[in-house]
Ligand binder design. Structure first.
Ligand code: ATP
Length: 190
């Protein structure tokens, strides 16, 4: 059995918080790989001042480039529509029946798990892994394996605000992502 972590998110834009959590979970659980998977339309989030799904996928690809254990997954962006994790994981399992999937979430997602589409079925399809996030991590009745990773108090919201106000973003996003954002004029950089 291959053991594969999936870090789902909007990645609007991807940042060091995503990369560090993916890399730490990969190592601590001895997974074969972790894939960063941008949503098409997220069910729970209003995207404002956003990049397109294809641009978010492109940034995610750039963010993981060069790391043999991390990759990006285009399943949701290419499938399109509202991205429900249960449906996505069913499709991935149908394509890769010999894989055990670990779905990684940050602490801010934990207390809303009960609102996820078909969560009671999803929890049987994949193993949930929780990563602490500064100022968050509440309780849930769902079975989650928590992993201790360095706490990184960075969010995509913080980055969008920094880009919009012309503040430095150095060290908070990979250089290749930063270049793409400026080249495309995303988040008010043009
Ligand atoms: P936004 O600020 O736009 O809401 P975000 O920074 O939370 O975005 P997402 O792409 O929505 O980024 O996050 C994808 C997943 O990564 C979620 O499970 C989220 O909880 C987790 N995550 C993001 N940043 C961190 C962080 N700094 N520490 C721990 N988990 C994180």
């Amino acid at each position: 059995m291959r053991r594969v972590g999936i870090l789902g998110g909007t990645f609007n834009p991807p940042h060091i918080g995503h990369l560090i959590m993916a890399s730490e979970v990969r190592e601590q659980l001895n997974l074969d790989e972790v894939r960063l998977m941008p949503t098409a339309i997220p069910p729970h989030k209003q995207l404002s001042d956003t990049a397109t799904p294809c641009q978010r996928l492109e940034m995610t690809e750039r963010a993981v480039k060069g790391n043999n254990y991390l990759s990006s997954c285009d399943e949701e962006v290419h499938f399109g529509g509202v991205s429900f994790t249960f449906d996505t994981m069913q499709r991935l399992l149908a394509k890769e029946p010999d894989t055990e999937f670990y779905f990684i979430i940050g602490g801010d997602m934990v207390d809303s798990l009960h609102t996820w589409h078909k969560i009671d079925e999803l929890i049987k399809l994949v193993r949930f892994v929780g990563v602490h996030r500064p100022g968050t991590l509440r309780k849930t009745d769902y079975q989650i394996q928590y992993i201790d990773t360095p706490l990184i108090d960075v969010s995509s919201t913080l980055l969008r605000n920094k880009y919009a106000s012309g503040k430095t973003t150095v060290y908070l996003v990979p250089d290749s992502v930063d270049r793409y954002i400026r080249q495309e004029g995303l988040y008010g950089t043009c």
